[in-house]
Design a protein around this ligand. Structure first.
Ligand SMILES: [Zn+2]
Length: 512
């Protein structure tokens, strides 16, 4: 690959602080072999590399590609027939989901992500039946999907050892169901089980197979506190340190999970992880809605990251994460679209607007998110939570040249007063339809509405044709199982949370 210079009307290389983006007017990036060599004016870049190919985007802002720091699936749960239930019920409602080829499924959401400027995804692979060979095959399809479309992916297979459906041992829950249903559910849950040591073997094998790949990296994911034993958590911490890879762990997504942690450990989930030695900059807590004030201090003091999944928290009634408190304490926060955003797609430009607006609490203080802060979460903040760390997230020398070009003439048409800084206006006014080009690793993967490596229409047609077929007998049986189990899951959580007064971080309204 020869040298490449890409110039835009305004280049944003990164963020200095939550009010201050670093912007170069008529800025250009010189890249070589997919890595940023220098940034500056076009003349400065041409002096460094007179023979470079030059690509100009005179109507555009160039930003570091966005990072979706928490992602699971292509075809969404809603598409699969599961409406937005509270998280604990939603797991049961997802049992009937159709089987789909994971290569196609991965491409499906990659189309949406790239088209909204996302260049890197943290793919947290959920559960699969069939044991080691099936799971390894599925992981390979996901990784192949990202490499084929040219997207960067930090991949992990979520480790689940126990409590697969509710916050209780599988056998105990199944034993309380009518016997035939309990047996069916028991067999279904067992089909997803894998010995802990095989999760670690899977990690080792994927790391070895991924050797030499530029676009994909492998990391670790203890799925959530209730899903992993303390022995498992300690072993994963050891693995993470030895392999020097980060971990992403769902934590305290709901009030039920907060209660589960108290019941299991007698303390908060964060205090428990801290006592086990799992916290630090290598650990990202997914959601973190129900951290209390002390938990937030622990996260801040240990440098633990949090991933804010704003849309998901609304959709699954998880609550309102105290983002403004996290920011005040200096916690590194990424942004995740989880299964799907507020508009039922994977659109980071939409998510930026939602996260910006959700936390605008009453008052006059400067403690609500700024557009620059939200942009930082979706770029450098998210980058730090992935296995790519400081090699992405900004357009600085030495980092990969992953960038999005947004047509600001179109986004701001017919008028935008220049008193509003460009990035502020962009975060609030640009949409996926204004994304004209996306570069990953110095290569154009998306331009003028088309993917350069994969035919989107052909993939969508293939997915359509596959799912147009009638349900298989196995899928019919699983659909019946999901419907039969649902009311029992609901009953399990009746009265689960102790009746204690709560004091929210945010005062959003008042009854007295
Ligand atoms: Zn998740």
């Amino acid at each position: 690959m020869g040298d490449l210079i890409v110039q835009a009307r305004q280049l944003v290389t990164g963020v200095a602080d939550r009010h201050t983006p670093i912007v170069i007017d008529d800025g250009a990036v010189l890249s070589r072999d997919g890595v940023v060599v220098a940034t500056g004016t076009l003349d400065e870049m041409l002096k460094l590399s007179p023979a470079a190919t030059v690509k100009k985007y005179p109507r555009h802002a160039m930003l570091p590609g966005f990072v979706n720091a928490h992602h699971h699936v292509g075809i969404t749960p809603l598409q699969h027939g599961s409406p937005d239930h509270p998280l604990e019920l939603w797991f049961a409602s997802r049992i009937p989901a159709r089987r789909i080829d994971l290569y196609l499924d991965t491409l499906y959401s990659a189309f949406e992500m790239i088209a909204s400027g996302i260049t890197t995804v943290q793919h947290i692979h959920g559960w699969m039946p069939g044991g080691y060979a099936a799971i390894h095959g599925a992981a390979t399809k996901v990784l192949t999907g990202y490499r084929s479309i040219g997207m960067r992916a930090s991949y992990c297979y979520a480790v689940r050892e126990q409590n697969r459906l509710v916050y209780e041992a599988d056998e105990d829950f199944c034993a309380r169901l009518p016997s035939e249903l309990g047996a069916k559910l028991g067999a279904y849950l067992k089909s997803q089980a894998m010995p802990f040591s095989e999760f670690m073997t899977l990690f080792d094998q994927l790391v070895a197979e991924n050797d030499g790949q530029k676009l994909t990296k492998i990391q670790l994911a203890p799925a959530n506190l209730h899903w992993v034993s303390d022995d498992g958590l300690l072993a994963m911490q050891e693995k993470s340190a030895a392999a020097k890879v980060p971990m992403h762990m769902h934590l305290l997504e709901t009030a039920f999970q907060k209660e589960y942690a108290y019941r299991r450990t007698g303390k908060t989930a964060v205090r428990h992880l801290y006592d086990l030695g799992l916290l630090g900059p290598h650990m990202t807590l997914g959601h973190g809605v129900w951290l209390n004030a002390e938990d937030i201090d622990i996260a801040a003091d240990t440098g633990t990251c949090i991933c804010h999944n704003c849309s998901s928290n609304f959709r699954l009634r998880s609550g309102l994460a105290p983002l403004n408190v996290w920011e005040k304490k200096g916690i590194n926060v990424g942004m995740g679209l989880d299964e799907a955003g507020i508009n039922e797609d994977r659109d980071m430009l939409q998510e930026l607007k939602l996260a910006l607006r959700v936390h605008r609490t009453p008052g006059l203080d400067d403690d609500v998110p700024t557009p620059t802060q939200i942009f930082r979460m979706a770029s450098e903040g998210g980058a730090k939570t992935t296995a790519f760390g400081s090699s992405i997230g900004r357009l600085d020398p030495g980092r990969f040249f992953d960038a999005v070009l947004i047509d600001i003439d179109k986004a701001f048409y017919p008028y935008q007063d220049p008193d509003i800084p460009m990035l502020d206006a962009l975060v609030q006014r640009a949409h996926a339809r204004h994304v004209d080009a996306v570069y990953v690793d110095g290569e154009v993967v998306y331009a003028d509405g088309k993917f350069t490596k994969i035919d989107r229409d052909a993939v969508l047609a293939e997915i359509h044709d596959l799912l147009a077929k009638p349900r298989t007998p196995e899928e019919i049986e699983r659909r019946e199982l999901g419907h039969a189990v649902f009311p029992h899951v609901k009953a399990f959580y009746e009265g689960y949370i102790r009746d204690e007064p709560r004091k929210p971080f945010y005062e959003a309204s008042s009854s007295v």
